[in-house]
Design a protein. Structure first.
Lengths: 346, 499
C-alpha cells in the first residue's frame, strides 16, 4: 500500500548495482563473498540503527544521539562484566541503559516539548561524555567467545548481525505499512495537529519512537563491541551522520511524512559498499567523502524531479570514523581488513 | 459607464484535464466594487490569478488602463498597481508592521545611491497612508500581535503604498468577527471613492449586497451573468451559481428534543471560560454565538479534551465524564469538527480513505494490524452516504474542494459514532451547494438523536439551523435565545456585552 514511490527504489537499486559493478572493476577483492559478507557486518550496525531513525525522521523528528548511545550502552555492559556480572546479563543491562537513554530523549521531546534536534544534540554530547567518564579513558577487552560471536559468528555462513538486521527490516517494514501506529507515524510527520484533533495520542507514539531508537542503538552497541572485541567510549563515533545519510539517501524526507524501510535498506547498502569498495580500491578517504556526498545530492535531486515535490533537503556529507582506526588509516597499503572492520583485540 | 480600468475579453485557461476558464469576459471600472461569485471550482481563483500574473491565459486579451497588457509574473502585476489580498493573510509575523508594509519594495534614499534603506521616509509615507484611511496602526508592533482585522489593514495599506489601482480581495471577511466586517466595508467604500477598483470575492452573499456595485457569476469556468447588484437577488444569484434552485436554504426539521445527552456545569478555564453551564439534548441543535475570542472555541476544546478545563463538571447521558485528551472524548462519544479544516481536520497528503478512517483506525485493526478491506469498505460507505465528490478513496484529500474536504472531516467523525457532535464553523469557505448539503446532514443527524453544538460566526446559519442559541461574551454565556425569539440584533447585543 505504501510501496508507491517505486521510482525512488529503482534509482537506488540502479545506484547499488552500478556502484557494485564499478567497485568490482576497481578491486579484485571487492566482489568476493568473503568481503561482501564481512561488509554486511558493518552495514548491519548502521542498518539496525537506521530502522528507528527512518520512523523518527518520517515523524518529522531526528535522533542525533544514537552513536553516543551505542558507546554508552557498550560501556555499561563492559563495566558490569568487568565487575563480575556474567556477560549476557551485563549485555541485557547495557541494553536497558540504552533504552532508558532513548526514553529520556523521548520524554523531553514529547512532554517538555523541546525540539528533537536540540534534545538529541545535547544528549549526543551528554551520553558520549558519560561513556567517557565511566570508561576512565581505557577500553575493556577480553570478553568470552560466546559474546564475541554476536559480532564475528555466523549461522549457515551468514553473519549473526546480518540475520538480526534482516529480521529487523522485515519487522520494521510490516510495522510501518500494516499497523495503525505505523500509519500514525506518517500522519504525525505530515500534520501532527490533525492527529491530535483525531484523538490520537501523539506524545505516546513519539515517546515510543525515541525509546525504540534507544533500544536498537544499544543493541547495535553490543554488536559493535562484540565485533571489535572492545567496549570503549569512542565507539561508533560519527555513526549518527552515516545513519542519517543512509536514511535520507533512501528517500525519507526530513520534512516528514515520506519514507520507506526498503529505501533505507538500499541507502544503507549503497553507503556501506561505497565505503568498503572505495577503500579496497585505494581511494583516499577525503575523495570518498566527496563521492558519497555527491551521490546523496544527486540521488535526492532525482527524487525531486520525479515526484514533483518541493521538499528536498540535503545534509552535509558524512564524516565517518572509519578512515582512522586506532590511529591508522584504513587505506594503508597492506591493510587486510575490510572497511568497517576493525582489528580485534588491538 | 466610464472607461474600464481593467478589461478581460475571452479569457480561456486550460489545465491538464480541466478547462478552468472558457472565454470569460470581465470588466472593472475605477471606483467600482465588482463581486465575483461562484462555487468552488467555478474558476474564480484562476481568474484572479490571471489578473495578478500568477497564471497566463491560453487565449483572450487583457486591457489595463486603456492599453493591452500582459502580466508575466505576480511582480509585474504588482508593479503596475494590481494588489491581491488573499484569504489567508500573508504577512511575516515576526516582522514589524512597517517592515511588512514595505517587504520587497524598500525605499531607497532619494539623493544617494546604494543599498541603504530609508526607514525615515518609509515611516513617514506609511503614517500618511494609515492616517488617510482613518485608522490607527502601531507601525513598530510585530504583526503576530495584531488581530486578524488589523493584519488585513496592513495588507490594504501595503497595497495603497504601492499605488494600487486594482485591489482583489479573496474572502476578506473569513477571518473577521462581525464588528470588524462593518469596519472593512466602510474602508472598502473609502477606497472606492478614491477611484480604486475592487474585485470582491465571497461566499457570503449578504456581503455582496452590502458592499458591491456589480456582480459576476462564474460556473464551470464560464461567465453566467454580470449585473448590477440592485437588479439581482440572493435567490437569483444562488440559482446562477449552482445552476438549479436549492430546495431550502436552511433545511431545519423540527425534532422533538430527547433526554439530556451533554450537561455542562460551571466549566472554567483561567480567564477564557467562566462558569459555563448548559444542557444539550438528544436531537437538538444548539447554536453557540459570539465574537471571535469570546470563548466559543475554547469551550469546544475544553469539552473535547484538547485543552481540558480546570474546574466544572461534564455529564454524558447522566454519567460523570472526565475528558483529559481527545482520545478519551472520542471513546466517550464526543466528536469535534475543528475550525481550521486543513490544519486541524485533515492530513492533506493522505488519501481520502485514510482520512476517513483516521479517528477509528484502532477499531478497524486486529492486534494493531489494520484490516485494509474493512477500512476501504467504511471509507466507500461514507463517500457514498455523504456524497463526497472524489475520483476515489485513494486520492489525496488535498485534491478535493473545500466543501468536499469538510465532508471528509464530518465523515471521519460520524464513523466514530458519536453522541455529541461539536461543529466549529462547519461551512466556512464552503460553497453554497456543499453548504446546503452540510446543513441537510446536520438536520438528518439531529433527527437520528445526535446532540449538535454548532459554533458559527455566520448569524443566518445560526438562526436557520439552531433550536436554541447560546451567546458567549468574554468566556461567559450571556444569554440564551429560543429559535422563535432569536434575531441578529438580539444576538449581537448579547455578544458585544452591551446589554
Amino acid at each position: 500500500m505504501r510501496i508507491r514511490l517505486l521510482w525512488r527504489e529503482r534509482v537506488l537499486i540502479g545506484l547499488l548495482v552500478g556502484s557494485g559493478v564499478l567497485l568490482a572493476l576497481l578491486s579484485d577483492v571487492f566482489f568476493t563473498p568473503a568481503n561482501l559478507l564481512r561488509a554486511t557486518r558493518y552495514a548491519a550496525e548502521i542498518g539496525l540503527v537506521a530502522l528507528p531513525m527512518t520512523m523518527i525522521i518520517i515523524s518529522r523528528g531526528i535522533d542525533l544521539s544514537v552513536a553516543s548511545n551505542m558507546a554508552l550502552s557498550a560501556m555499561t555492559m563492559g563495566l558490569l562484566w568487568q565487575r563480575g556480572v556474567p556477560v549476557w546479563p551485563a549485555a541485557a543491562l547495557g541494553i536497558a541503559a540504552g533504552t532508558l537513554a532513548g526514553w529520556l530523549n523521548g520524554w523531553v521531546i514529547a512532554r517538555v516539548r523541546v525540539p528533537a534536534i536540540v534534545v538529541t544534540l545535547a544528549t549526543l554530547a551528554v551520553y558520549r561524555g558519560v561513556a567517557t567518564g565511566l570508561s576512565g579513558g581505557t577500553g575493556i577487552l577480553g570478553f568470552p567467545d560466546s559474546f564475541l560471536a554476536l559480532g564475528a559468528g555466523t549461522v549457515a555462513g551468514v553473519p549473526i548481525q546480518t540475520i538480526i538486521w534482516i529480521a529487523g527490516i522485515a519487522a520494521g517494514a510490516v510495522f510501518l505499512t500494516r499497523t495503525a501506529v505505523g500509519r500514525y507515524i506518517y500522519g504525525i510527520g505530515h500534520n501532527e495537529t490533525a492527529l491530535r484533533f483525531s484523538g490520537i495520542d501523539v506524545d505516546r507514539i513519539v515517546l515510543g519512537l525515541y525509546t525504540a531508537s534507544g533500544f536498537v542503538s544499544a543493541l547495535a552497541g553490543m554488536i559493535y563491541a562484540a565485533r571489535v572485541g572492545t567496549a570503549k567510549s569512542n565507539a561508533a563515533a560519527g555513526y549518527e551522520l552515516t545513519v542519517i545519510t543512509a536514511v535520507v539517501l533512501g528517500g525519507t524526507s526530513l520534512t516528514g511524512g515520506e519514507g520507506t524501510i526498503l529505501g533505507t535498506m538500499l541507502g544503507v547498502l549503497i553507503i556501506t559498499i561505497l565505503q568498503n569498495g572505495l577503500t579496497l580500491a585505494r581511494v583516499p578517504a577525503a575523495v570518498q567523502d566527496v563521492l558519497i556526498g555527491t551521490v546523496l545530492v544527486g540521488a535526492v535531486l532525482t527524487y525531486r524531479e520525479r515526484a514533483g515535490r518541493k521538499e528536498v533537503f540535503v545534509i552535509a556529507p558524512p564524516q565517518p570514523e572509519l578512515h582512522h582506526v586506532g590511529g591508522r588509516v584504513l587505506t594503508d597499503p597492506g591493510n587486510d581488513l575490510a572497511v568497517g572492520e576493525e582489528r580485534r583485540n588491538p | 459607464m466610464a472607461e474600464p480600468l481593467l478589461q478581460l475579453r475571452g479569457i480561456t485557461k486550460q489545465f491538464p484535464g480541466v478547462l478552468a476558464l472558457d472565454g470569460v469576459d470581465f470588466a472593472l471600472t475605477a471606483g467600482e466594487v465588482h463581486a465575483l461569485v461562484g462555487e468552488n471550482g467555478a474558476g474564480k481563483s484562476t481568474l484572479i490569478k490571471i489578473i495578478s500574473g500568477v497564471h497566463q491565459p491560453d487565449a483572450g486579451r487583457i486591457d489595463y488602463l486603456g492599453a493591452p497588457a500582459t502580466f508575466p509574473t505576480p511582480r509585474a502585476a504588482a508593479d503596475r498597481g494590481i494588489a491581491v489580498i488573499y484569504q489567508e493573510i500573508a504577512l511575516f509575523g515576526d516582522l514589524s508592521v512597517l517592515e511588512n508594509l514595505y517587504v520587497g519594495a524598500y525605499l531607497r534614499p532619494l539623493r544617494t545611491t546604494g543599498r541603504r534603506v530609508d526607514w525615515a521616509r518609509m515611516r513617514a509615507r506609511a503614517q500618511e497612508v494609515v492616517a488617510s484611511l482613518g485608522v490607527e496602526l502601531d507601525l513598530g508592533a510585530p504583526v503576530h500581535r495584531l488581530s486578524a482585522a488589523q493584519q488585513q489593514l496592513v495588507e490594504i495599506a501595503r497595497a495603497l503604498l504601492r499605488d494600487a489601482r486594482v485591489i482583489i480581495m479573496d474572502e476578506p471577511t473569513g477571518p473577521l468577527a462581525q464588528p470588524d466586517v462593518g469596519r472593512l466595508f466602510s474602508l472598502i467604500r473609502q477606497l472606492r471613492s478614491r477611484g480604486v477598483g475592487i474585485v470582491y470575492i465571497s461566499h457570503r452573499l449578504e456581503e455582496i449586497f452590502a458592499v458591491a456595485d456589480r456582480v459576476t457569476v462564474l460556473r464551470d469556468g464560464r461567465r453566467i451573468i454580470t449585473a448590477p447588484v440592485a437588479h439581482t437577488s440572493r435567490d437569483a444569484l444562488i440559482h446562477d451559481m449552482v445552476g438549479r434552485t436549492l430546495d431550502a436554504l436552511y433545511p431545519k426539521s423540527a425534532v422533538k428534543a430527547g433526554a439530556p445527552v451533554l450537561e455542562v456545569d460551571a466549566l472554567s478555564k483561567d480567564a477564557a471560560l467562566a462558569d459555563v453551564s448548559f444542557v444539550l439534548h438528544r436531537g437538538e441543535i444548539v447554536g453557540l454565538a459570539g465574537l471571535v475570542g469570546s470563548g466559543r472555541t475554547t469551550l469546544a476544546h475544553a469539552l473535547f479534551g484538547i485543552d481540558p478545563p480546570q474546574r466544572g463538571r461534564v455529564r454524558l447521558d447522566g454519567v460523570d465524564a472526565r475528558v483529559s485528551h481527545p482520545g478519551q472524548a472520542r471513546e466517550l462519544g464526543i466528536a469535534y469538527i475543528p475550525e481550521e479544516r486543513q490544519r486541524q481536520g485533515l492530513v492533506l497528503p493522505f488519501p481520502v480513505g485514510e482520512n476517513l478512517s483516521l479517528a477509528i483506525l484502532r477499531r478497524l485493526s486486529r492486534l494493531g494490524f489494520v484490516d485494509h478491506a474493512r477500512e476501504a469498505a467504511v471509507a466507500r460507505d461514507f463517500v457514498r452516504r455523504l456524497d463526497i465528490r472524489t475520483p476515489g478513496i485513494n486520492v489525496p484529500a488535498a485534491a478535493l474542494s473545500g466543501g468536499n474536504q469538510q465532508k471528509v472531516v464530518v465523515g471521519k467523525w460520524l464513523a466514530a459514532q458519536p453522541r455529541v457532535l461539536i461543529m466549529d464553523e462547519p461551512t466556512r469557505g464552503v460553497d453554497v451547494g456543499a453548504k446546503a448539503e452540510i446543513h441537510r446532514l446536520m438536520s438528518e443527524l439531529a433527527g437520528r438523536g445526535l446532540g449538535i453544538l454548532l459554533i458559527s460566526s455566520e448569524l443566518p446559519e445560526l438562526l436557520g439551523m439552531s433550536d436554541r442559541i447560546l451567546v458567549m461574551h468574554r468566556g461567559r454565556i450571556t444569554g440564551e435565545l429560543r429559535r422563535d425569539e432569536a434575531t441578529q440584533e438580539k444576538i449581537m447585543t448579547l455578544a458585544t456585552g452591551v446589554a
